[in-house]
Ligand binder design. Sequence first.
Ligand SMILES: C[S@@+](CC[C@H](N)C(=O)[O-])C[C@H]1O[C@@H](n2cnc3c(N)ncnc32)[C@H](O)[C@@H]1O
Length: 217
Amino acid sequence: MSLEPDFVAALDSHGIELDPAQAKQLQDYAQLVWQWNEKLNLTRHTTWDLFVGRDLRDCLQLAPLLEADEEVLDVGSGNGVPGIPIAILRPDLQMSLAESVGKRAKVLDDIVSDLNLPVTVYGARGEHLLEDFRFTTIIARAVGSLTKFCRWIEPHWTNVDRLLLIKGPKWVDERGEARHHGLMKGLELRRVVSYPLAADGPDEGVILQLNRAGRFD
Ligand SMILES: C[S@@+](CC[C@H](N)C(=O)[O-])C[C@H]1O[C@@H](n2cnc3c(N)ncnc32)[C@H](O)[C@@H]1O
C-alpha cells in the first residue's frame, strides 16, 4: 500500500494521523475526484494541501459527532464531501448521498463503486428524498444558507432527527436571516464544534446542529 509523499507531507503539516488503510482509501478518493474534475467541474481543491487542509479537516471534525450505526444523508454532495470521506472514516454508518445534478450523481456513483464503498447515491434533491425515506442525521457543506435548510426540512422533521452543517464565519449572519424570517421557531441551533480555518488566521469553521426543540432533552 503506497501513499503519495505529498499526501503524507500534507497530513504531517496539518498534524493529522490516520489509519493506513483509511489513508489509502482517502488518497484513492481524492485522485478519482481529480480525474473526473478534468471533465466535470467538481472541486477547486486540487492539491494535497487543500484536500487535507480543507476537505479532510472538515470531515475529521464532523465524523466523531455521529453516533454508531446512524443512517446519514449528505445533501448536496457534489464532489462527495463530506459524505464519502466520512463513509471511509466511519464504516459503521449507513451513508447516502443526495446530489440534484444528474451528471454529478452519476460520477459519485462511479466513485463509490470504484472505492467499493457501501454508499447509496441518489440523483435527487435531498428534501424530496425525505418524503419517502428516514435518516437520523443530514450532513451538508456549502449547499445552502440556514434559511434554505429550514425551508427544505420544515415539512419533513418527522423523517430526520437533526442536521449537522459545516459552516464558515458567516453562520452568525445566516442565523440572523433565518430568525428574521421566523424560521427558527420551534427549533434549536447549537454550535457543537469550532476550529481554526487556517493556522495563522482568525477565521473559524463551525459545525452547527439543528433539531426540533426538545428532541434531545
Ligand atoms: C457548492 S457544491 C458543494 C459540494 C460539496 N458538498 C462540498 O462541500 O464541496 C453544492 C452542490 O449541492 C447540489 N445541491 C444544491 N441543492 C441541493 C439539494 N437541495 N439537494 C441535493 N443537491 C443539491 C448542487 O448541485 C451542487 O453539486
